[in-house]
Write a protein that binds this ligand. Structure first.
Ligand code: PHE
Length: 343
């Protein structure tokens, strides 16, 4: 019995010192210790030599040894990765992966991207600027000096820490930043979020998105502005849409206009969306005021330019016939899932 105990202890330490680095070595281990002629079987055979009164105890010891050896083998097998045979964990790369839910673009992003790509084709590139602006870039440089009554046209959020800071009310401020860089000719569009202190309703929000455009070169005329916007509207809404310009006023353009398109819902016959007029306003535009050019260090005798600005929400509402602007910022998945264009 003591002899058996000593033997088991010896074998245990022998097994514990075993390592395997290949499939073949793992198999050799199995044959050596757990095979039909392996050590475990052989030592089990020793039971015959044990005295009858010790058989029970010896049986238990041998069984424990068998379980120990099997457990050790399993550990070697798992740690080593039976499948790959090179020490790497076993992964079946042919199995299909877990599906990741595919998101969709926000309707405002879809329309913004479409607007950008149309103007890209006309040679406009995208320029961006900060949403927190200073008074000069948002107002003064745009021919809206302090106390100018037109400042009231855009109800402004000021930042309490610094009276000179505000949330930009339009992306015209980005145009000022680009003009100041002094690289002419300039042909840019400025998409981005803007803020106005308005009561939230189905038609207005305290923040929304704009795309403004600016083209400055020698001999740019109102005809160029008209043709550019004409091209944009046809690309955006289709060949059948009609446009019209109405005289308007902006401090930073002269002359100024607002542009309407024939109502997409009723085709011009009159409905609730166009308030029975057959037309909907989509943007403001005009020739850049010489004072604005001079404020940015551009020679207004040599250069002229046009500018325009539109609200992306308005264009999106017309494109998809959305009646309430608030839906765009509520993040209701039932609404957003209807715009299926994948990311
Ligand atoms: N900045 C004007 C607005 O936000 C839009 C505009 C841009 C009008 C350029 C004319 C020319 O209301």
């Amino acid at each position: 019995m003591d002899q058996l105990l000593a033997q088991i202890a010896k074998y245990k330490s022998e097994i514990e010192s075993e390592t395997v680095t290949s499939k073949e070595e793992l198999e050799s281990f199995r044959i050596k210790y757990l095979g039909t002629k392996g050590l475990v079987k052989t030592i089990m055979g020793e039971m015959k030599t044990v005295a009858a009164d010790k058989k029970k105890e010896a049986g238990q010891l041998l069984n424990e040894f068998k379980i120990f050896t099997e457990g050790f083998f399993d550990n070697l097998k798992n740690g080593f990765g039976e499948e790959s045979g090179n020490g790497a964990p076993s992964i079946d790369t042919s199995l299909p992966g877990d599906p990741l839910p595919l998101g969709g673009r926000h309707p405002i992003s879809i329309v913004q991207n479409k607007i950008i790509s149309i103007f890209n084709r006309l040679g406009f590139s995208v320029a961006e600027g900060p949403e927190i602006e200073d008074d000069w870039h948002n107002f003064t440089a745009l021919n809206l000096p302090e106390n100018h009554p037109a400042r009231d046209m855009q109800d402004t959020f000021y930042i309490s820490q610094n009276p000179d800071w505000l949330l930009r009310t339009h992306t015209s401020s980005v145009q000022i930043r680009e003009m100041k860089k002094g690289q002419l000719p300039l042909r840019i569009i400025c998409p981005g979020r803007v803020y106005r202190n308005e009561t939230i309703s189905a038609r207005a929000h305290c923040f929304f998105n704009q795309v403004e455009g600016l083209y400055i070169a020698e001999n740019v005329s109102f005809a160029d502005l008209k043709q550019t916007l004409y091209f944009f509207v046809k690309q955006m809404f289709g060949e059948k849409v009609k446009i019209r310009f109405r005289p308007s006023y902006f401090p930073f353009t002269e002359p100024s206009a607002e542009m309407d398109i024939s109502c997409l819902i009723c085709g011009g016959t009159g409905c609730n969306v166009c308030k029975k007029t057959g037309w909907v306003e989509i943007l403001g535009c005009g020739m850049v005021h010489p004072k604005v050019l001079e404020n940015c260090g551009i020679d207004s005798n040599k250069y002229t330019g046009f500018a325009f600005g539109m609200g992306i929400e308005r264009i999106t509402m017309l494109s998809y016939q959305v009646k309430d602007l608030r839906l765009f910022s509520e993040n209701d998945l039932r609404f957003l899932k209807q715009f299926t264009q994948a990311v």
